[in-house]
Design a protein around this ligand. Structure first.
Ligand code: BES
Ligand code: MN
Ligand code: MN
Length: 463
C-alpha cells in the first residue's frame, strides 16, 4: 500500500481537477430537461475509468439513465469487491441560497474543514465519494498493487429511487457476482470519530390529496358551511403523530425491530451531544418519540414527516378563497423488518379511514426501499473498521444512520452480497441543501483508506 499512497500523494492535484470536471456537469436526475447532462456525465466517467486503468468499461443502457461499468479482474481465485455509487445529483434549488455557483466547484475553508472543502452540488453526494474509489483503484492499478478483483457500477438514478437498477442487477447477475459490495455514500460521525455505517433506514413515500368542492370559492360567501381541504388535510396530518411522538397508524410498529440493551448501548457509545446537534442547525429544542434520544430517533426508530404541503393561494397579498384541493408529500423512514409496501398499504388504509365524509381523499404511493443492517461480526465490517483505524489512527465505531439507499437491500436479495458502507462525508456537509460541500481531508482520507479495505478483506478471505 506504500507505493499506492506515494502515487496518491504525487497525483493529488490531478485527482481534484478530474473531480471538478465531473462536478461541473449538472447531472440532475429529477428533472428530465437535464437528460443530456446525464449522458454527458456517464461518458465522462467512462473516459475516466479507462484512463484510470479499468478494463471492460461500458456505458450500460437501462430503461432510464445509464449505468457506468468497469472492472479489474486479476485472478479468479481471489475475492471480488463490487463498488457502487451514483453520479446523479439532487436539483440545486433554491439557487438564491447558494453562496457560489452550484455547478462551478470552489474550495473554501470552514470551521469543520480547516483544510478546505469543495463547494458544489454532488461534491459529497455522491460524486466526490464514488470518485475516491476510482482514484484509489487507479493508484493500485498503476503501482501494480491491487490485491483482489474489483468491479464498479456507478448509476444515474439513485436520487429518484434507483427505479431501473433492480432490473439491471437481475439481468447482469453473473457479470456483477461478487463477495461484497463497497459503498461510499454516507457519512462518518466526525473527522475525530471515524465510524463505519452499519445501518440505513428504509423508506415509504406517498403523496396525498384532499378534494372538497368542484372549484375554489369565495371564503365569505361559502366559508363556514363547506369543507376546507387545507384545514382538513392539516388536521389529518397532525393526527398521524400523538403526544408521545408515536405514529398512530394501526399496525405501524408491529414489525419494528426492538434493539437489545447491548445493541442500544453500542449505538450510544458515540459521543453524541444534544446541544451541539441543536446548535448546528439553529434549533431551540428537539422533539420526537418518547423514550428515545435524538441519536436513536434519527437511526433506529421509524418516522413520519410531511415533506411538502400546498394548495390555495400562496402568492403576494391576501386572496379570500377556500381552495378546492390541498396536497401533501409524506415520507416514512423505516427500520429493519418493516416492509415498505406493507407500510404504504397501512398508511393508505388509515389515511382514508380518518377522512371526513365531506371530502374525497386519494393517496398515491412513490418509490420506497427496505432498511439495512450490517452485523458488526461481518468480515466486511471488520475489514472496514481495521482500514479506518489504520488511516485515522483512532478507534472506529459502528454508526447506524437515518438516510436510505434503497438498492442496498437488493444487493443482498439479488447478488447475495452484503454491503459495507464506508462513507467519508460529515452530516454537516449540507447534502441535498444549498452550499453542499465535501472536505478535502475527507476526500483524500477516503482515497487512502479504500486500498486498505481491499487488502484486509482479501487477507481475511484467503486466510
Ligand atoms: N447518500 C444519500 C443517503 C444517505 C446520506 C444515507 C447520508 C445515509 C447518510 C442518498 O443519496 C439519498 O439521498 N437517499 C435518499 C433516498 C432516495 C430514495 C431518494 C434519502 O435518504 O432520502
Ligand atoms: Mn447519495
Ligand atoms: Mn442523496
Amino acid at each position: 500500500m506504500v507505493k499506492a499512497h506515494q502515487f496518491q500523494e504525487a497525483n493529488k492535484q490531478r485527482f481534484l481537477d478530474e473531480l471538478f470536471e465531473l462536478l461541473r456537469i449538472p447531472s440532475i436526475s429529477a428533472d428530465s430537461s437535464y437528460s443530456q447532462e446525464i449522458v454527458h456525465c456517464a461518458e465522462s466517467i467512462a473516459e475516466n475509468f479507462k484512463k484510470s486503468g479499468l478494463d471492460g468499461v461500458e456505458i450500460c443502457e437501462t430503461q432510464g439513465n445509464p449505468v457506468v461499468y468497469g472492472e479489474k479482474i486479476i485472478d479468479s481465485s481471489l475475492p471480488t469487491i463490487l463498488v457502487y455509487g451514483h453520479y446523479d445529483v439532487q436539483p440545486a434549488d433554491p439557487l438564491e441560497l447558494w453562496e457560489s455557483e452550484p455547478f462551478e466547484p470552489i474550495i473554501k475553508k470552514t470551521e469543520l474543514h480547516p483544510d478546505g472543502a469543495i463547494f458544489s452540488r454532488g461534491s459529497a453526494d455522491d460524486k466526490g465519494q464514488f470518485f475516491m474509489h476510482v482514484k484509489a483503484l487507479e493508484s493500485l492499478i498503476k503501482t501494480d498493487s491491487l490485491p483482489c478483483n474489483v468491479k464498479v457500477i456507478i448509476e444515474g438514478e439513485e436520487e429518484i429511487g434507483s427505479v431501473n437498477l433492480e432490473e439491471f442487477l437481475r439481468k447482469n447477475k453473473d457479470k456483477l457476482s461478487c463477495d461484497v459490495v463497497l459503498i461510499s455514500d454516507t457519512h462518518i460521525f466526525s473527522n475525530q470519530v471515524p465510524t463505519v455505517t452499519t445501518g440505513l433506514r428504509g423508506l415509504s413515500y406517498v403523496e396525498v390529496t384532499v378534494e372538497g368542492a368542484n372549484r375554489d370559492m369565495h371564503s365569505g360567501l361559502y366559508g363556514g358551511a363547506v369543507p376546507n381541504p387545507i384545514n382538513i388535510l392539516s388536521n389529518m396530518i397532525a393526527s398521524l403523530i400523538d403526544e408521545n411522538g408515536r405514529i398512530t397508524i394501526k399496525g405501524f410498529y408491529d414489525k419494528v425491530e426492538e434493539l437489545s440493551p447491548e445493541d442500544r448501548g453500542e449505538i450510544n457509545k458515540l459521543p453524541f451531544n444534544e446541544d451541539i446537534f441543536k446548535n448546528s442547525i439553529g434549533l431551540k429544542g428537539t422533539e420526537g418519540e418518547k423514550g428515545y434520544n435524538s441519536l436513536e430517533r434519527t437511526s433506529i426508530r421509524p418516522t413520519l414527516d410531511a415533506n411538502g404541503i400546498w394548495g390555495g393561494y400562496t402568492g403576494e397579498g391576501a386572496k379570500t378563497v377556500i381552495p378546492s384541493k390541498a396536497h401533501a408529500k409524506i415520507s416514512m423512514r423505516l427500520v429493519p423488518n418493516q416492509d415498505p409496501q406493507e407500510i404504504t398499504r397501512l398508511f393508505t388504509e388509515h389515511f382514508l379511514s380518518i377522512a371526513p365524509k365531506s371530502v374525497k381523499v386519494t393517496v398515491t404511493p412513490f418509490h420506497g426501499g427496505k432498511a439495512y443492517v450490517l452485523p458488526s461480526s461481518d468480515p466486511g465490517y471488520i475489514a472496514a473498521k481495521k482500514a479506518m483505524e489504520k488511516t485515522f489512527g483512532k478507534e472506529t465505531l459502528p454508526y447506524r444512520t437515518g438516510g436510505s439507499i434503497p438498492i442496498v437491500s437488493l444487493f443482498e436479495d439479488i447478488l447475495n452480497a452484503k454491503s459495507v458502507l464506508i462513507g467519508f462525508g460529515l452530516d454537516s456537509d449540507a447534502i441535498h441543501s444549498p452550499n453542499e460541500h465535501y472536505g478535502l481531508f475527507n476526500f483524500y482520507k477516503g482515497i487512502e483508506t479504500i486500498p486498505y479495505f481491499f487488502q484486509y478483506y482479501t487477507e481475511n478471505k484467503t486466510k
